[in-house]
Design a protein around this ligand. Structure first.
Ligand SMILES: [Zn+2]
Length: 114
């Protein structure tokens, strides 16, 4: 029997691709959106070490991979849910772009400092 989403009050079953996350597709996209907002906030402060930024980039890539694999696995989805997945992928792409820009700014700043 399929597992039920771990989000409070949600009774939607978890697709095979998201079994390690224990979340339905909708809640997984919400989780990613939150995580991205958090990563962007931290990146914007500009105080992250290189390792931390690398960790973020790996996380973005991993979330994107999981989402795409689940979305293309043949699991039945409403058009609304499909649109939600696309918008979450866009968030992931923008978060990644954001990090690249921040990294560029930081290396420029370092060059001036010394
Ligand atoms: Zn759910």
């Amino acid at each position: 029997m399929a597992e039920i989403c771990s989000a409070k009050g949600c009774k939607i079953s978890v697709p095979a691709g998201l079994a390690p996350e224990h979340m339905c597709i909708l809640h997984f996209t919400l989780f990613i959106e939150n995580e991205c907002a958090e990563m962007r906030r931290e990146t914007a402060l500009g105080k992250n070490k290189h390792e931390r930024q690398v960790e973020f980039m790996q996380k973005v890539a991993l979330r994107g991979e999981t989402l795409v694999n689940t979305a293309t696995s043949g699991f039945p989805m409403s058009d609304e849910l499909k649109a939600r997945i696309l918008s979450t992928l866009l968030t992931l792409m923008n978060t990644r772009e954001n990090m690249d820009r921040a990294a560029m700014r930081q290396s420029t700043a370092r060059r001036f400092v010394g």
